[in-house]
Design a protein around this ligand. Structure first.
Ligand SMILES: Cc1cc2nc3c(=O)[nH]c(=O)nc-3n(C[C@H](O)[C@H](O)[C@H](O)COP(=O)(O)OP(=O)(O)OC[C@H]3O[C@@H](n4cnc5c(N)ncnc54)[C@H](O)[C@@H]3O)c2cc1C
Length: 468
């Protein structure tokens, strides 16, 4: 695909749309937009960065880009882990960071109307003031945006009880590459009229339209929250325990895994010894409710199951400072692993939760076969395990080969267990070469057909999910 370069006359027209100070052209200003948080991805410098602050500006930029055939990459907080927001073909980087207003918090309907650049954390804080709760909590919540969450259909630790982004989007406004505006849904809880447009944009990774407004459902804020940290010396017992809790209908908000390598790395990074750091793994179980006694009785039942299934102990964190410490450790995992293993490769595979133990055993075999270490952590309660392959003592030349073989085999193992190659981080740039492992030719052709209908000139985030 031949794209037009952003020349002086185009820069002038773009400046007229967004204002001169919202246009970045110097390399040092554009550098931080040349990557997201994907590990070991080379940088792709945009020719220009634009920061619109309303839908009409987004529309005018898209009309110009479409007419001139300039590639355009939408970006929220740039926390993505699949290379979705990197401008593969240069062109325009469209940062939605200034469109960060909460337009409405409607207590009566329990809905929030948001611009796409509102961060997830800000929505949570503002909703709490109205005793409302937005439960989707990616570990990146202080930096990622709601627009990026919708574009990736992000999940979080609370998914076991509360689900993921797609369960909360009731309305969307988006601008198509042609400049036309698409609106679907609204402050409504049921939609058998035009919800297909919402479904198609959820997880579309910025390839079909630029999302300019989101209406999110909120739920009542639970009054009581408790976290349990449960160390185990046997992963079989740990997985059995997680399944038993779910099958006993105890409905925790969160069931997360942290293996020993992850616990140790976090402890070293945070410069504090985490309790039971020699255990083979920890389960982090979160639960909530409205009455203290009800939540206490729930965590007692869960604690009994844990001890019965071989837990070494059960730590109960009832007060906010202790719960915050657990969340801080969980939030730091990615950064801690990157800090000590800059060349590692991250994955977010998902399997049926009954297959997590088989997955872990298979990963242990891969670890022995390739003599590499795997850090395993994340959303055990919904089968979405983050598996980071660490370089450790392998030299750079061998590492490239080992890495690609280990990833391929990890994906084959996942698929053999009925799983998929991404549970929440998306395909983006880095996983597109594996798409044919999980999608038939017919499915890929259908997706390409949809892309063509939305974006006939292939200007919006080209080269993501599949090759242009
Ligand atoms: C430390 C860390 C922890 C993380 N934890 C989680 C987790 O628990 N769960 C989880 O799901 N993810 C997690 N992530 C991944 C990431 O935070 C999510 O994918 C998040 O949804 C990305 O949001 P963003 O605003 O940063 O989007 P970006 O990275 O800026 O963009 C992501 C994609 O969305 C598109 N996009 C962004 N805004 C728009 C828009 N307005 N319209 C159309 N397309 C748009 C971009 O083109 C790109 O394809 C984590 C990342 C890090 C670094």
């Amino acid at each position: 695909m031949q794209y037009k370069k952003v020349d002086m006359s185009i820069i002038t027209r773009l400046m007229q749309i967004v204002g001169e100070k919202n246009v970045l052209t110097k390399d040092e200003e554009k550098e931080s937009y040349s990557h997201d948080e994907t590990l070991n991805l080379r940088r792709y410098m945009p020719e220009i960065v634009l920061k619109p602050n309303n839908r009409n500006q987004v529309r005018d930029i898209l009309i110009l880009a479409n007419k001139e055939r300039i590639p355009i990459t939408p970006r929220g907080g740039g926390t993505g882990l699949s290379g979705g927001a990197v401008p593969l073909y240069g062109g325009i980087l469209l940062s939605l960071e200034r469109m960060n207003k909460i337009l409405e918090l409607d207590k009566e309907n329990m809905m929030a109307v948001l611009e796409p650049g509102v961060t997830n954390g800000e929505l949570q804080r503002q909703a709490e003031k109205y005793e409302l709760f937005y439960p989707v909590n990616p570990a990146s919540l202080d930096s990622c945006t709601i627009g990026g969450n919708v574009a990736e259909s992000a999940g979080g630790a609370n998914a076991v009880k509360y689900g993921i982004t797609k369960n909360y989007v009731c309305g969307l406004e988006a601008v198509l590459p042609t400049g036309k505006t698409l609106r679907a849904g609204g402050k409504i809880l049921k939609n058998a009229t035009n919800s297909q447009f919402i479904d198609i944009l959820l997880g579309s990774e910025g390839t079909l339209a630029v999302i300019t407004e989101i209406t999110m459902k909120l739920v009542p804020l639970p009054r009581v929250k408790v976290d349990l940290i449960v160390p185990f010396d046997d992963l079989g017992c740990l997985c059995g325990c997680a399944l038993k809790i779910i099958n006993d209908r105890l409905l925790p908000t969160t069931i997360e895994l942290m293996d020993r390598l992850t616990i140790k790395t976090c402890g070293e990074f945070l410069q504090k010894e985490l309790p039971f750091s020699d255990a083979k793994a920890h389960l982090w179980i979160g639960l909530d409710g409205n009455k203290k006694e009800e939540v206490a009785s729930m965590y007692q039942s869960m604690g009994e199951i844990c001890l019965d299934k071989g837990a070494l102990d059960v730590f109960v964190a009832e007060d906010k400072p202790n719960r915050d410490r657990i969340w801080q450790a969980r939030q730091s995992i990615h950064e801690a692993l990157v800090h000590f293993n800059p060349k590692m490769v991250g994955n977010d595979i998902v399997v049926p939760r009954s297959k997590v133990l088989s997955l872990i055993k298979g990963i242990d075999s891969l670890s022995r076969k390739h003599s590499v270490s795997f850090a395993k952590f994340g959303h055990l309660g919904d089968g979405n395990i983050h598996v980071y392959i660490l370089q450790k003592n392998i030299n750079d030349t061998t590492w490239e080969k080992v890495k690609s073989e280990a990833v391929q085999e990890l994906f084959e193992l996942t698929i053999s267990l009925g799983g998929l190659i991404s549970g929440e981080h998306g395909i983006g740039l880095v996983k597109k070469k594996y798409l044919s492992l999980v999608m038939s030719e017919t499915q890929i052709e259908l997706m390409q057909g949809i892309k063509k209908v939305f974006d006939p000139h292939n200007i919006l985030n080209p080269g993501k999910i599949f090759d242009s």
